[in-house]
Ligand binder design. Structure first.
Ligand code: DX5
Ligand code: ZN
Length: 235
């Protein structure tokens, strides 16, 4: 079932995936409604363990809580030291796509294959200061690469253009992979990312800190459409 969701996500591209990281955690039901009304077609959930990254967010109870309130695909970004330990509980909680960090594991190909057995879409994330070649051993076993355009751990940071070169190389060499970018997205950086061949755009503060989620969403959507290159996964 979740892998069918992955095919649906592929059809949605290019697509904005709002990150709930900067939402009001005391009112998540309303936040999900606001994001859905604004046009969200999937939600990005940032799980942080205070160990792999110096910040703590939430675990399975938030994922299952959101699952009760929405049918949107849940894209879970695991910024945790032991992704394999929590993979199955995350899928049981309702994750459709599960992304682990290549820096967190010894054998990324093994982890990707184990995630696959759970029936979810599998992503591997690359932090902003990690080199692209570190991904090579696992690329045959993942559906998506998440290229971090900030250092993983916090919302509201500035975009690092090193991500663009990584996206270009991945797009050129792996036309079948879904490419996702995360961090510092705004109406300018999202165009650069689309031009570099990106498919999925994680956006936190540009939407959540705006007065009007719909307006922010529409402006970002318009910016994606204004990109000159459209070298996405479907192109
Ligand atoms: C950062 C998270 C992001 C974060 C992005 O480690 O992975 O998903 O929410 O937030 P903005 O868009 O504010 O950079
Ligand atoms: Zn994220």
């Amino acid at each position: 079932m979740p892998r069918a969701t992955l095919d649906a996500i592929r059809e949605l591209t290019p697509a904005i995936m709002p990150s709930i990281l900067s939402c009001d955690f005391g009112d998540m039901k309303s936040e999900v409604t606001r994001l859905t009304d604004a046009g969200a077609q999937a939600l990005h959930l940032d799980v942080m363990d205070g160990h792999f990254v110096p910040n703590l967010t939430f675990g399975m109870p938030m994922v299952s809580g959101l699952r009760r309130h929405t049918d949107l695909p849940l894209d879970v970004h695991l910024m945790i030291s032991e992704p394999l330990r929590y993979a199955k509980p995350m899928v049981q909680a309702g994750a459709d796509v599960l992304t682990f960090h290549v820096e967190a594991v010894e054998d990324a190909a093994f982890v990707a294959k184990e995630f696959r057995k759970l029936g979810v879409g599998v992503g591997v994330a690359l932090d902003s200061d990690t080199k692209l070649t570190d991904l090579e051993p696992c690329l045959d076993f993942v559906d998506m690469v998440l290229v971090m355009s900030v250092k993983a751990g916090f919302g509201g940071q500035s975009f690092n253009p090193i991500s663009l070169e990584k996206l270009r190389l991945l797009r050129d060499n792996h036309p079948e992979l879904l490419l996702q970018i995360d961090g510092g997205m705004n109406t300018e950086t999202i165009v650069l990312a689309r031009d570099a061949g990106c498919d999925l755009f994680v956006v936190g503060s540009s939407i959540i800190h705006s007065d009007d989620y719909s307006e922010a969403f529409a402006e970002l959507d318009q910016a994606i459409k204004s990109a000159t290159a459209t070298r996405g996964v479907k192109a």
